[in-house]
Design a protein around this ligand. Sequence first.
Ligand code: SER
Length: 598
Amino acid sequence: MDNFYSLREQFFSFFEKRGHVPVPSSSLIPDDQSVLLTTAGMQQFKPYYTQIRDAKKDFSSQRVVSIQKCFRTTDFDEVGDDTHLTFFEMMGNFSFAPLGSDDPTSYGTEGYFKTSAIVWGYEYITKELGIDPSRIHVTIFSGDNVIPRDDEAYRIWKDVVGIDPSRIREGGREDNFWGPTGVEGPCGPTAEIYVDGVEVWNIVFNEYYARMSGEQLEFEKSETPGIDTGMGFERLLSVVEGKSTFFETSAFLPSIQQIQKDAPHLSVTQTRMLVDHMRGSIFLIGDGVLPSNKEAGYVLRRLLRKLITLAIQEGLEKELFTTLQQQIIDQYSPLYPELSLVQTQQIWDEEYDRFKESITKGLKELEKHIEKKDVITAHDAFYIYETFGVPFDVIQSVVPQEKQKEFSYKDFEKAQKEHQEISRAGSEKKFGGHGLLLDTGELKAEDEQELAKVIRFHTATHLLQAALREVRGESITQMGSDITAKRLRFDFSAEEKLTQEELQRVEALVQDYIQKDLPVTKEVMKKEDALTSGALHFFKEQYPDEVTVYTIGQGDTVVSKEFCGGPHVERTSEIGSFHITKHESVGRGIKRIRAILT
Ligand code: SER
């Protein structure tokens, strides 16, 4: 376990000596709305690259160093092999303009560029970690018809570091250029360090800025160049500990051994997936994410449901998960105090109770499909997923290859998208569907009676959000909601809990809206019009061109306007009497209200 902690200290101290200020990891949920989750160390520093913020003022240095929590969903389906993870940590050193002398022997605090970044990277790997130069090769950007070859980086590797040209390789856009895909931002050519053929360090020279011009990105020379580097902690650890996969390193070994002891019948792939998904879900929960059908909440739900399905398929006891959670949190909480065992277990239990039965049914139903049908398509998979919540990757692993037709994740997403467009155009189309009478993720009803109740709660939820914004201002946004026939649960962004007095005001306001007997109207609008109307919506959600907007009140009495699939009551007086039953904090910056109707 030693390296697990000491490697971090060694990394920080190497760069601190060279004028860098250590900055704690930011949340997995970024402030930057262009991305769903934090996928790289540089993300929290974007405003410093563009000089919207001043590093000198905030850090007293143009140089910072961090180890950042990251989550990448692109590798979801690969988890279990030797090289893919969803959650991982990324080490990095960063430098911001204005640049100083770029002399690697000067340990000052001014911005540096290619020479220092390359020299220090190589020095850290070969001198600090003592990795033999004969195991190393390095790379530069080869250039293409838009951006020229990085001659400067080549010269630094060869003349300043003194690497033999046979160990300097060139790569194109794919490998040696880093930048956001499809969105504006700092970007540039990269130089990498490989050990035994495995990439450990990516050094990005942010000397360009990608700007949207019509549909295309155009690259212009940046006036505020900087350095962004990234080195996967788990990968570096495997090099340091001489392991061929990170699952054998001290980061994973305690968890892997725990599972091998408690569930020796699991395959290697299953064991690794279990650890990866458990880590991922613990860290998402630590940053205040709750399972839902949207955005980060959906990523968490996918992880949890895969674990629940594995538990059902392989007959795993709940204790196994509890022990594993405990073990991972003990290991990581000295570094990340936001991780919470209580919170993790509560969310795990809720999700488990909610889906256990449904997934069991779903797996049975899937077996029937497989028996009866010659081919199974992504639409069939979507039906099983939508009705029972069985994750697509599980369905994929159960359906025999020869019966799969149009069955890639892309096909599944297409089927899902078609379905979402139908359901947004009017959620009533879902009624009388399969299984539950209504299941929008947010609302669930088994029969007509429950349906009438959840509809009242649903409108009450819109009123609650409106009242919260009235009392606390517009910074309040919805983070999730969950509605049953018995109660509503509403999560929203807020640093501080509401005071007793504020809660009373919120409750009274909702009651006031109800008593005013306001009309609730539904409109199908063009997305742009809906956006300009100021209707509330989830920023990261991709909406279709036509959306439904529900408005409560009319003219001067409009109290709420939201993008929403419905259904809602016709007039607020149908809601009844509204009572807040509980107010709590459920994570950093996220607060929750539970309420009932009488
Ligand atoms: N942003 C680069 C990466 O993610 C370097 O940190 O690889």
